[in-house]
Design a protein around this ligand. Sequence first.
Ligand code: MN
Length: 374
Amino acid sequence: MRFDAGVATDIGRVREGNEDSFLSEHPLYAVADGMGGHRGGEVASQLALDTLGTLFREGRGTLAEQVREANRVVFERSAGDRKVAGMGTTLTAALIEGDSAHLVHVGDSRAYLLRAGSLRQVTQDHTLVARMVKLGEITPGEAEVHPHRNVLTRVLGTEPDMEPDEEDLGLLEGDRLLLCSDGLTSMVTEDQIQAIMETTPRAQEVAEKLVRTANRAGGLDNITVLVLDALPDEGGGSGPLRSTDVAPRTIRRDEPTWDRRRLVRWGVSVAVFLVALVAGFAAMRTWLDGRWYVGVANGHVAVYQGIPAEVLGFELSHVDVETDISADEAMALPLYSGLADGINATSREDALGIVDQIEEDLRKQDRLGQETVP
Ligand code: MN
């Protein structure tokens, strides 16, 4: 059996920092969701996983012992540093040993197993509502919307001693293990999670897709997702376990949430403005195309489509017909003195009629001139 891991973490759409942490170092995988004001949450989850990682690499004790030691380290830091007093963290860890996963868990992050088309939560939440459900006081549905659903009954780092849950999980080829913070499970239903896990080929893709789905659902909390696939050995050999760690992907972790929102709002405004602008131009074009006047082009009387004006350097008309009638001669007739400013017409035919009239009046004028000349 070999393993393929994928991991993604995101600040979400509302929080100002990411207090989740993860560890993906085959054969040890973990997620932690920190809590506590003034960066306390970030410090707690990171310190817990750093401690766990260090103890594991040094080979000191069992996984549960390493988690209990991490609890002590976080608790002592919290007691000795007023800035992070009272901080704590959830921690859900899976250690792969041969064909099984050893799970150690405290808090309300979760581990799920997808096997043969069914998704099962393999950790129990250490929350007030989970306890109330267990006692039959409320239903699981009521727990999901309970005002105190975030109250934890067990946390790493808030007491000098803490006893985590432990469970051994035998793995089969094709199993898909999910570790996640409540930023996923509070936003995305188990049915949706299962559908994505079943239809997405690679572990890394699953992790990123689940984070995106939680964000699309509102992203009210930090979201961390770690996916681990148990795969058949290549060629069926029994070689040493291959580490298939992927580079941890952080999605938009450092980007301030508000900037992203402002950017989206700005983008929408620009799009609306451009649409209005294009619609406005189209409407104006149609209107202008229905306007006609008689004016002057290259010293000649001409028929124009549009209006005799310009906006920001754009002429709002163009020459339709340029005649060979002299504009100066036409303007010498009192009736057409306003030619330079444009003589409005109701249609193209009307404009051409005005041109004919000018021509006729000029001819009359010529005849008169010839008659008066002796
Ligand atoms: Mn959380």
